[in-house]
Design a protein around this ligand. Structure first.
Ligand code: PLP
Length: 377
């Protein structure tokens, strides 16, 4: 592809920090760069504790272990999300209950949340799609009234805000992704943010294979041993070095992505209106992270034809989530057509445009020109 959907890029110091990690003589987990990432995220966002993990999927799994699901317990998730939002909890005993999304932001429809709550509901997991905040006031109020913990899947939304407050700071916990398609990356990576301090001590153990090794390294115990469930959820300090270089360049990265997003939005506005195409809705009370630019085409056929049309011009635009309740696994868990009609409809019509940190204006011009030629070609 001349213009890929995503392209990794170096902001400057990634290779310097990887080399430094090697020279420090510590390339396993929890070295100097991991510590720097933790402090950076905690200070910038005001979360009680940030733990780097090997992926957002693993951060969600840690959250699932921390919440002690037992057979029959349920977790409410949107159907319009990545597999991991549900799978991480199913792996740890939960049954997913799918809720539909809003037509405007494509986020969990908070007006349909309460009807999904049962005496077995053990967690609610809103996903901030494209980093646009879910209606956290309403979701938080419903969750508090039923005494159900909220875990935010904030894979897309680092540094975005809802009503002036950072995403990732609303739930008792939140999961972040540093996968290569995200604004800030180390290839594969993630983080678990903990806002409710009661979970911190156990999270540290779960992340270190179920051992109290972190306490041993701090000199708090004289040997370490198996104390709880856990797995290997901490990334190498080389990856943390790569990530820290990207976090350090936060303002530069976000400013560039802001320009990319507005270029698409401004140039496609009239065309979209004329052709019945919908562009993203950003509510006034949400500050977005400029993670993604999508269009909702008038039909599935138009969406597929647009993908093929752009591909023929060397441009890779892609669809996104398939409804989880209609996946093979979702059907085995009882999912049926029409359970989440908005999800089913949007999933058929949504297309994401190339969006990466060093996407140039010339490349964007080609994408926009390709789109303009679609209905006339
Ligand atoms: C909403 C959501 N949650 C979780 C994930 C999983 O992230 P990771 O690849 O870091 O495990 C993704 C992947 O992009 C995602 O879109």
């Amino acid at each position: 592809m001349n213009i890929p959907f995503n392209r990794p890029n170096l902001t400057g110091k990634e290779l310097v920090y990887i080399t430094e990690a090697i020279n420090n003589g510590l390339i396993s987990g929890d070295g100097k760069f991991t510590e720097r990432c933790h402090s950076f995220l905690e200070e910038q966002l005001g979360v009680a504790k940030a733990f780097l993990t090997t992926s957002c999927t693993h951060a969600l799994e840690m959250a699932a272990i921390l919440l002690n699901f037992e057979a029959g317990d349920e977790v409410i998730v949107p159907s319009f999300t990545f597999v991991s939002t549900a799978n991480a909890f199913v792996l740890h005993n939960a049954t997913p209950v799918f809720v539909d999304i809003r037509e405007d932001t494509l986020n969990m429809d908070e007006s349909k949340l309460e009807e999904r709550i049962t005496p077995h509901t053990k967690a609610i997991v809103p996903v901030h799609y494209a980093g646009i905040g879910c209606e956290m006031d309403t979701i938080g109020e419903i969750a508090a009234r039923h005494d159900i913990p909220v875990v935010e899947d904030n894979a897309h939304g680092l540094f975005a805000k809802y009503k002036g407050k950072f995403l990732g700071t609303f739930g008792c916990m939140a999961a972040q992704s540093f996968h290569e398609t995200k604004n800030f990356t180390c290839g594969e990576g993630g983080a678990l943010f903990i806002n409710d301090p009661q979970y911190i001590e156990r999270a540290e153990i779960i992340r270190e294979k179920g051992t109290n090794r972190s306490r041993f390294f701090r000199g708090q115990v004289d040997k370490y041993t198996w104390v709880d469930l856990g797995s290997s959820y901490l990334p190498s300090d080389m990856l943390a070095g790569f990530l820290y270089a990207q976090l350090e360049a936060k303002n530069h990265i976000q400013e560039h992505r802001r320009r990319i997003w507005h270029y698409y939005n401004t140039h496609l506005q009239d065309w979209a209106e004329k052709n019945g195409v919908k562009l993203p809705t950003i509510p006034e009370h949400c500050e977005q992270p400029y993670h993604m630019f999508y269009m909702i085409m008038p039909s599935y056929q138009d969406r597929q034809a647009m993908i093929a049309h752009l591909k023929s011009r060397g441009i890779l635009a892609v669809f996104h989530y398939l409804p989880l309740h209609l996946s093979d696994m979702g059907i085995r868990l009882g999912g049926k057509e029409s359970n989440c009609p908005v999800t089913e409809d949007i999933s058929d019509r949504l297309i994401r445009l190339p969006f990466y940190n060093d996407l140039t204006e010339l490349e964007q011009e080609s994408v926009v020109e390709g789109i303009f030629n679609f209905y006339s070609s």
